[in-house]
Design a binder for this molecule. Structure first.
Ligand code: 6PG
Length: 234
């Protein structure tokens, strides 16, 4: 992430929605499908709600994955899948087999669930080294500088492979996350950074440093990385 990636905007969700509509149409025109990797958190929710009003989008050729998930059962209110289903997926005609939620098995080893998701994405979307998994990956940034389920000091950015389970001390349940390698297997990576509380984390991430302290520094895009923000560093 570099200062030239910043897109200072008055309303992050509104700006990203407009651009996402175009990115979906472009991906569909170029390749006959669109693969989106969604983020949790509150910032993208208005985007998900706004998209559902666009009945003309190529919903039947859209694929949905998530960059991270909480280790809670399907339907649980803390689940990123649930938030995206409530705001968007329950309202649009995406075929259910093109929606790829993280697995959940009670009492499973979290890393086994992470590995199972990586395998599922590899089987469905191919080898990320040979062609990008995602057209657009949406990501957030926490005040502690975490992104997806990659929290500072949890080893997430150093994990080998495509998905990892982390155990941040700040969260009650393990977090399941794609690794920087997998999140970077994307043509476009868009960070959505809203609110003054994020300014310091954004500034630190832009300045760069140890990825274990600043996980977003380890994520790249194949074509373009953008940082939509209403709190650009001074
Ligand atoms: C999640 C996330 C997480 C989120 C940030 C920012 O599952 O919560 O994917 O990384 O994007 O915490 O969240 P806000 O958008 O709520 O600020």
């Amino acid at each position: 992430m570099r200062p030239s990636d910043l897109r200072p905007v008055p309303d992050v969700a509104r700006a990203a929605t407009q651009d996402l509509l175009q990115a979906i149409r472009d991906a569909d025109a170029a390749r006959g499908r669109t693969v989106l990797c969604l983020s949790g958190g509150g910032t993208p929710t208005p985007i998900y709600r706004a998209l559902r009003d666009h009945r003309d989008l190529p919903w039947g050729r859209m694929w949905i994955a998530w960059g991270d998930e909480r280790m809670v059962p399907p339907g649980h209110g803390d689940r990123n899948e649930r938030a995206a289903r409530d705001a968007l997926l329950d309202h649009v005609p995406i075929p259910e087999d093109q929606i790829l939620p993280w697995p959940y098995v009670p009492d499973a080893d979290p890393q086994d669930l992470a590995d199972a998701y990586a395998l599922q994405l590899r089987r469905t979307l191919g080898d990320p080294g040979e062609g990008p998994w995602f057209d657009v990956t949406l990501l957030g940034l926490g005040e502690d500088a975490h992104t997806a389920g990659l929290f500072p000091g949890t080893g997430g950015t150093r994990a080998a492979g495509l998905a990892v389970a982390t155990r941040p001390t700040s969260t009650p349940t393990p977090r399941l996350s794609l690794t920087p390698e997998a999140l970077s297997a994307s043509r476009q990576v868009w960070f959505l950074v809203a609110g003054d509380g994020k300014r310091a984390a954004l500034q630190a991430t832009l300045a760069g440093g140890d990825p274990e302290r600043l996980p977003a520094t380890s994520i790249r895009a194949l074509d373009e990385l953008r940082v939509y923000t209403d709190a650009p560093p001074a």
